[in-house]
Design a protein around this ligand. Structure first.
Ligand code: DLL
Length: 441
């Protein structure tokens, strides 16, 4: 269902005209109201009146996560604090969290953006919707919540965790839609199986999954395991939260960006230069309509590409590819770049393995090494009855996994095979990498 055809099917020249006028407004506002942006623009020798075409965007300075940390907590706000209606923060593994803020108008607009996204993924007014994103400072829970309500659907605000209860609620409330991180939704599927239920026969029809990188293999497993269509939703707190982009249920081929609100670019992360459409690089977003916390050219650290071709669903909004991974999570093993999703893609095609894994990185001398921890399925475990490393079946399986990883990734990695249910399960964003490089040596 196309909720806002006037925008979602806008011809390219009209979209660009809309973007330009909103960009000009945003640039003037931040220049006048946020000292950080005024200083950065002065240093780049650019004034608001010099933004005459969309290409002039490239004259503007970038914003980085470190800029948010340096101005913690409220230094980048473009409105008086009294006008803020909500704060969110992203946890941040190191140092202070990054804080973002919304006015009443921002909250309403975000709800509308998410409503459009839910409709793009197959949601309809009157649906019941199981929202398993965490509620709190994280934008996932409340972000989806307001959008589901705005669409006219009923939200079941379960948040993450207490998985047996989640299963019970799905059985009893019979929702059509579900949202959560792909790793957590997979965890729910496992729990259903463990409880002896047929996960394929629930009322669920579609899933809105994201907030972490995931592979096509994991999508297939979730779709088959739960008998649903699973759409990828993308977003980040600094830009707004969930709803920056989403796949349509018709094509499931690239995520439609809400370009009337967020102007996307893809740049070479080393040089900062734009890369041509279709080429992979770092995603950068400029907000076009935000009041409390506008951002100019925010460097997401996420690796993806853009495709401006209209989609067969009828939308003309530019599509981004699925996110391959975060620059921070890219491993460089003997000169070869590896993203966890590439390991996931291979592992999840091996029928003996359950869809749970972790990647351990160690340093031996000056070399980084990878060890992939994977887990066999209960069926396989019952069949071989032992996961002793010397057991011939496990030995053979280990060699097969190592071989498949080597032929796909081009590097040799260590493989450890574990019993069913022995690796940590996620209740939100999965921790895929255990980095032991700083330890011991
Ligand atoms: O994760 C917002 C969100 C909530 C998106 C619910 C989708 C659903 P942050 O906590 O600020 O915000 O984390 C943002 O998560 O820069 C990406 O690295 C990653 N990420 C988000 N969505 C996807 C996705 C929310 N679909 C960071 N695929 C981003 C891959 C994603 N990575």
């Amino acid at each position: 269902m196309i909720l806002e055809p006037a925008i979602e099917q806008l011809a390219r020249p009209d979209m660009e005209a809309l973007q330009l006028s909103r960009l000009q407004e945003t640039v003037s506002r931040v220049y006048a109201r946020v000292p950080f942006y005024r200083q950065a623009m002065d240093a780049a020798h650019v004034t608001p009146d010099q933004i005459r075409t969309l290409r002039d965007l490239e004259r503007l300075p970038f914003t980085r996560k470190s800029d948010l940390r340096d101005h913690y907590p409220f230094g980048l706000l473009a409105v008086p604090l009294e006008d803020v209606q909500r704060f969110h923060a992203s946890s941040g593994t190191k140092g202070k969290p990054t804080v973002v803020a919304y006015t009443r108008v921002d909250i309403r607009r975000w709800a509308r953006i998410v409503a459009r996204a839910v409709a793009t993924a197959g949601g309809k007014p009157g649906d019941r919707f199981h929202n398993a994103y965490g509620y709190g400072l994280f934008t996932g829970g409340l972000g989806l919540h307001y959008g589901i309500e705005e669409l006219g659907a009923a939200v079941i605000p379960v948040s993450g965790g207490n998985t047996p209860r989640q299963v019970q609620l799905i059985m009893d409330f019979r929702p059509r839609g579900i949202s959560g991180t792909p790793s957590y939704v997979m965890n729910i599927v496992d729990e259903m199986t463990r409880m002896g239920l047929d996960a394929r026969s629930t009322s669920l029809e579609y899933g809105i999954l994201g907030a972490e990188p995931w592979s096509e293999s994991l999508r297939q497993q979730i779709q088959e395991g739960l008998g649903i269509k699973a759409m990828d939703i993308y977003g980040l707190s600094e830009v707004i939260g969930p709803g920056v982009a989403i796949e349509c249920i018709e094509a499931q081929n690239g995520l439609h960006i809400a370009e009337d609100h967020f102007l996307p670019e893809v740049i070479n992360p080393t040089t900062g230069e734009p890369v041509p459409d279709g080429e992979t690089g770092e995603l950068v977003f400029t907000s076009l309509t935000k009041e409390a916390f506008p951002v100019l050219r925010y460097r997401t650290g996420d690796i993806a590409s853009l495709d401006p071709e209209p989609c067969r669903c009828g939308r003309t909004l530019v599509r981004m590819s699925r996110v391959k991974g975060r620059l921070d999570d890219m491993l460089i093993i003997r000169g070869v770049n590896v993203f966890p999703t590439e390991v996931e893609y291979v592992l999840l095609q091996i029928p003996e393995l359950a869809p749970h894994y972790q990647i351990e990185v160690n340093r031996v001398g000056v070399m980084d090494t990878l060890e992939v921890h994977c887990e066999v399925t209960s069926e396989y475990w019952t069949a071989v009855q032992s996961v002793q490393p010397e057991h011939p079946h496990i030995q053979a399986l280990r060699q097969k996994i190592a071989h498949l990883l080597k032929s796909d990734l081009g590097i040799s990695v260590g493989v450890r095979v574990h019993q069913p249910r022995s690796l940590a399960r996620s209740e939100g964003k999965a921790v895929r990498i255990i980095d032991r490089r700083g330890e011991g040596s």
